[in-house]
Design a protein around this ligand. Structure first.
Ligand SMILES: *[C@@H]1O[C@H](CO)[C@@H](O)[C@H](O)[C@H]1NC(C)=O
Ligand SMILES: *[C@@H]1O[C@H](CO)[C@@H](O)[C@H](O)[C@H]1NC(C)=O
Ligand SMILES: *[C@@H]1O[C@H](CO)[C@@H](O)[C@H](O)[C@H]1NC(C)=O
Ligand SMILES: *[C@@H]1O[C@H](CO)[C@@H](O)[C@H](O)[C@H]1NC(C)=O
Ligand SMILES: *[C@@H]1O[C@H](CO)[C@@H](O)[C@H](O)[C@H]1NC(C)=O
Ligand SMILES: *[C@@H]1O[C@H](CO)[C@@H](O)[C@H](O)[C@H]1NC(C)=O
Length: 402
């Protein structure tokens, strides 16, 4: 009997240890204005608008064979963010693409810094540092989306200037994470000043800036800010959510897709279909992992308004091949066609063909090209309408010469 009891206790112990070792039994509460970055199969979230969550470093295991919306594998990292983080942007860089750079406006005593502070997380050791940067350190800012390429460069555009948050910026600064140097980009032909826009790197090396600010026209779809935009492996920029004048967008326009394989690029609004359809969201995170877009956190639109009292704590997963919302990425149950396991993606950067990506970036960067396409208002829209062929290429060309 005693040995049977011991046997039971042993199993109880094993089961408890197993559970603890698995997910720490940890499920994060809803939050918004966190930043996020993907390294390997670990999706990192930093901070929140709520002070108590603002140093949270939360990790989601996005291994596609096990990822599902009912029981996601969450971990609370003990490497907390060294400052109260919100409104910031996180990017991947370093020679081994295992460093995360958090671009912040607060110093370690939570005072607003005049210049951007870069907090670096070594994802192997789990340690944070503040690397010394050379070059012209840009003015600090918030509510911007910086984006990294596959060659260790981080592109930071716009946002609200933090020491004087009335000012909205439209400058471009590039952080080379190999040499830890800031380089000022050209302001010529830059998009207008904006915050809460999205930035998406296309395979040809162009960065697409969409929306942001109040009423910035998005051509064929509703204007919005606080939305997300990711690039699918088949060249579609998928935007989700956002708000328009603090009202929920028309539900029929929650998700839209810009086909960048066409010339001119073409918008299509998608219907919300599937088993686990998300609510309207703003200030959420979106990440592409192979063919899947993963949404997390953010404010939910309720009664046609967003607020900090309705927060999302669920995961939502979109299959970008058919725009169906799914509950599991187990490819043997979901996918009609086999996956390409060699595709590696870093945050919103598609690195499926790193040669063509780097070529595009190398061609683009020396001339420091920032291209605001479509959505940035009537110019893009007008050009789209006016010229039927090669519009985008010509817009890019003219920006490049600036
Ligand atoms: C994925 O789905 C297949 C088919 O239903 C199942 O056999 C397999 O166990 C699932 N894998 C995981 C990791 O759940
Ligand atoms: C969901 O994911 C968890 C964690 O990987 C796993 O333990 C569980 O079996 C999965 N559930 C389903 C229905 O696939
Ligand atoms: C953090 O967690 C890791 C592994 O989970 C452990 O090795 C390390 O000692 C912990 N550090 C602290 C400061 O608790
Ligand atoms: C943060 O900035 C404030 C205001 O400039 C300054 O007083 C404080 O010493 C700074 N803290 C650190 C750790 O640098
Ligand atoms: C771009 O404009 C900002 C201010 O808006 C300025 O600080 C920066 O020096 C300008 N960049 C260049 C390359 O002139
Ligand atoms: C809408 O306004 C409320 C109250 O001012 C604010 O808390 C919330 O963050 C705003 N939401 C958006 C999406 O701007």
């Amino acid at each position: 009997m005693d040995s049977f009891k011991n046997y039971l206790f042993l199993w109880l112990f094993i089961i408890l240890t197993w559970n603890t070792a698995g997910a720490d039994g940890f499920t994060p509460l809803g939050r918004f204005r966190q930043s996020s970055a993907l390294v390997g199969n670990k999706l990192y979230f930093f901070g929140s608008s709520f002070i108590v969550q603002s140093r949270d470093n939360i990790i989601l295991d996005v291994t596609l064979s096990t990822l599902n919306t009912s029981n996601p594998l969450w971990f609370l990292s003990n490497s907390s963010v060294p400052t109260n983080s919100a409104f910031a942007s996180a990017c991947v860089g370093g020679p081994y693409k295992n460093m995360i750079y958090l671009l912040e406006h607060l110093n370690t005593t939570n005072d607003v810094s005049n210049n951007i502070i870069v907090y670096a997380l070594d994802t192997i050791s789990g340690t944070w540092s503040i690397p010394i940067m050379s070059g012209t350190i840009p003015v600090s800012r918030q509510q911007f989306q910086a984006i990294n390429d596959a060659n260790g460069k981080i592109y930071m555009f716009g946002g609200f200037m933090s020491p004087n948050s009335g000012s909205v910026l439209n400058d471009i600064n590039i952080l080379d994470t190999f040499s830890l140097t800031w380089i000022q980009g050209s302001n010529a032909s830059a998009p207008t000043s904006r915050a809460d826009f999205s930035a998406t790197l296309l395979k040809n090396g162009l960065i697409l800036y969409l929306g942001g600010g109040d009423n910035i026209n998005m051509a064929d779809i509703d204007p919005r800010s606080g939305h997300t935009a990711v690039l699918s492996p088949d060249g579609h920029v998928i935007i989700y959510g956002g708000s328009k004048n603090n009202a929920t967008l028309d539900q029929s326009q929650q998700i839209a897709s810009l086909d960048t394989t066409l010339n001119p690029y073409k918008w299509s609004v998608k219907s919300m279909i599937g088993n686990n359809v998300p609510p309207p969201l703003v200030f959420h995170s979106a990440t592409i992992v192979e063919n899947f877009m993963i949404l997390a956190f953010g404010q939910k639109g309720v009664n046609n308004a967003f607020g900090s009292n309705n927060l999302n704590s669920q995961l939502y997963i979109l299959d970008t091949r058919n725009y169906v919302w799914i509950t599991s990425t187990n490819t043997s149950t979901n996918s009609p066609s086999p996956q390409n396991p060699s595709v590696t993606q870093i945050q919103t950067v598609i690195a499926s063909n790193s040669n063509s990506l780097s070529t595009g970036v190398i061609v683009t960067i020396p001339i420091i090209s920032i291209v605001l396409i479509a959505i940035a208002g009537f110019i893009g829209y007008w050009l789209f309408k006016k010229n039927e062929r090669d519009d985008i290429v010509r817009i890019a060309g003219s920006k490049n010469t600036g």
